[in-house]
Design a protein around this ligand. Structure first.
Ligand code: AP5
Ligand code: MG
Length: 229
């Protein structure tokens, strides 16, 4: 099963991607994480991407698409966070999956109003080692400043300033909503109220996948939970 997570900045894509990857045994791939890594290591792609990223603009399609498709090579069962974000990226993704006999099975759209997004992003902290997502108010770590999962220090993202957040939100509504519609027309879209608690949002996504016909995979989650895995 291959799933896409859509949602505006701060809607909870990264948070849910980590949970769903564990529950559904999928491999998470986040375009933002790949870009942050490339920028930090000053790779050729990272150097081109940096000014776009810092402004809150979308990085050119070719750069992001090559990065994410490369990271997907050989993987079976993917959860995509932050990709595709333009129609061109969606076409390139579909084309690449078709070549290896795969496809996108479901696209989840986390809907959250703007004022909630801004509030969440102001309290967000990310772990340095693996990008685990925390929030001082809604999802705190046990020890302040230290990731519960891997003990690495937490940091604030450079693009979480108010001006950049607003620009990123504009891009989401102008460039990415048409991609959401693209998957809706294919009957693959699951709309989720992303304002609920993290655990409830997760349960609603699993229920949505089940309703869409991904029953076998979701049953496996239920069995794992019953057997305490
Ligand atoms: P990216 O890293 O993808 O950032 P984004 O889309 O702006 O989304 P965020 O990571 O900010 O939010 P999220 O939805 O993951 O929310 P999170 O789970 O952290 O992209 C960054 C940049 O890279 C882009 O601006 C662009 O420049 C470039 N880029 C990336 N992909 C690209 C592409 N395909 N094409 C071109 N350019 C690309 O949650 C937010 C906070 O809320 C956290 O603190 C969390 O703990 C908390 N929270 C989550 N869920 C809940 C809940 N239900 N209740 C309460 N709190 C919650
Ligand atoms: Mg994210």
């Amino acid at each position: 099963m291959n799933i896409i997570l859509f949602g505006a900045q701060g809607s909870g894509k990264g948070t849910q991607a980590q949970m769903l990857a564990d529950e559904l045994k999928l491999q998470p791939r986040a375009s933002g994480e790949l870009l942050r890594d490339a920028i930090a290591h000053e790779t050729p792609a990272g150097k081109i991407a940096k000014p776009y990223y810092d402004r809150g603009d979308l990085v050119p399609d070719e750069i992001v698409t090559e990065m994410i498709l490369e990271s997907m090579r050989g993987a079976n069962g993917i959860i995509l966070d932050g990709f595709p974000r333009t129609l061109r990226q969606a076409y390139l993704l579909d084309e690449s999956l078709a070549k290896v006999g795969q496809r996108i099975d479901a696209a989840v759209y986390l809907e959250v109003p703007r004022e909630v997004l801004l509030e969440r992003l102001s309290g967000r902290w990310i772990c340095r080692a693996h990008g685990h997502v925390w929030n001082v108010k809604t999802h705190p770590t046990r020890i302040p400043g230290i990731c519960d999962y891997d003990g690495s220090p937490l940091y604030h993202r450079s693009d979480d300033s108010p001006e950049t957040i607003n620009r990123r939100l504009e891009k989401f509504f102008s460039e990415t909503i048409p991609v959401v519609d693209f998957y809706a027309r294919q009957g693959k879209l699951i709309r989720i109220d992303g304002t609920d608690t993290i655990e409830h949002v997760n349960q609603h996504i699993l229920a949505g996948l089940s309703a869409l016909g991904q029953q076998s995979v979701v049953s496996a989650v239920a069995e794992d939970r019953t057997s305490g895995k």
